[in-house]
Write a protein that binds this ligand. Structure first.
Ligand code: ATP
Ligand code: MG
Length: 191
């Protein structure tokens, strides 16, 4: 995959498939003399993985899907992280293990200085695509650079303002979200 934003889309789709009601996407960049890193965390309150699934999940020939024999979302993200000298970590508690506190958190760390680092790419499109495709799911998106927020979007807050009658995937709302995020990034650069 040419852009990390596409990997993020894939991993967040896993969360939706796991019936999560809230999916959190955090992007955290640190840039100083010692460090130039990007950390992506995607966490959800979905059904979680059993230990068996968790053990095998970064093996491309393991999948619980029945339509195809390979699952590539997590193996691809792991490869992208490791080829920069970074890593991938998955923490998951299944519904069977944890009645109320179940869910999954996937964290990938990247060294941006590495020649094999894949750029983040069009993250605004990823967030917009997720909301458009899953208007009932709540998404929390926070992108920080050196601890300063460059873009933040919480669909729960939009939902409160819009009320019950306007779905998040209506044309006007989607256009607004796209413009809002694009502007946030522009302002963050100008600062
Ligand atoms: N957030 C999650 N919650 C629960 N289970 C998950 C989650 N993410 C992944 N899994 C489990 O791990 C398996 C592998 O995920 P992966 O994204 O690598 O492949 P896939 O979703 O099966 O196929 P693909 O992403 O290629 O369409 C999934 O089939 C699912 O069982
Ligand atoms: Mg997947």
């Amino acid at each position: 995959m040419k852009e990390l934003s596409l990997n993020i889309l894939d991993i967040a789709e896993n969360s939706v498939k796991a019936k999560a009601t809230v999916v959190k996407i955090l992007i955290d960049e640190t840039e100083n003399e010692k460090e130039n890193t990007l950390k992506i965390t995607i966490s959800d309150n979905g059904c979680g993985m059993t230990e068996e699934v968790l053990k095998n999940v970064t093996d491309p020939f393991y999948t619980t899907r029945t339509t195809r024999k390979v699952g590539l979302g997590l193996p691809f993200l792991k490869l992208a992280a490791e080829q920069t000298g970074g890593n991938l970590k998955i923490v998951s508690k299944s519904k069977e293990e944890e009645k109320t506190n179940h869910g999954t958190a996937v964290t990938a760390c990247f060294n941006k200085n590495h020649i094999d680092f894949t750029p983040l790419g069009d993250i605004v499109s990823t967030v917009v695509t997720l909301i458009q495709g899953h208007p009932e799911t709540d998404f929390i998106f926070i992108h920080t650079k050196n601890k300063k927020e460059s873009a933040v979007l919480k669909t729960e807050e939009l939902r409160k303002i819009l009320g019950k009658d306007i779905p998040l995937n209506s044309f006007e709302v989607i256009t607004w979200i796209k413009d809002f995020l694009t502007e946030s990034y522009k302002e963050a650069v100008d600062k």
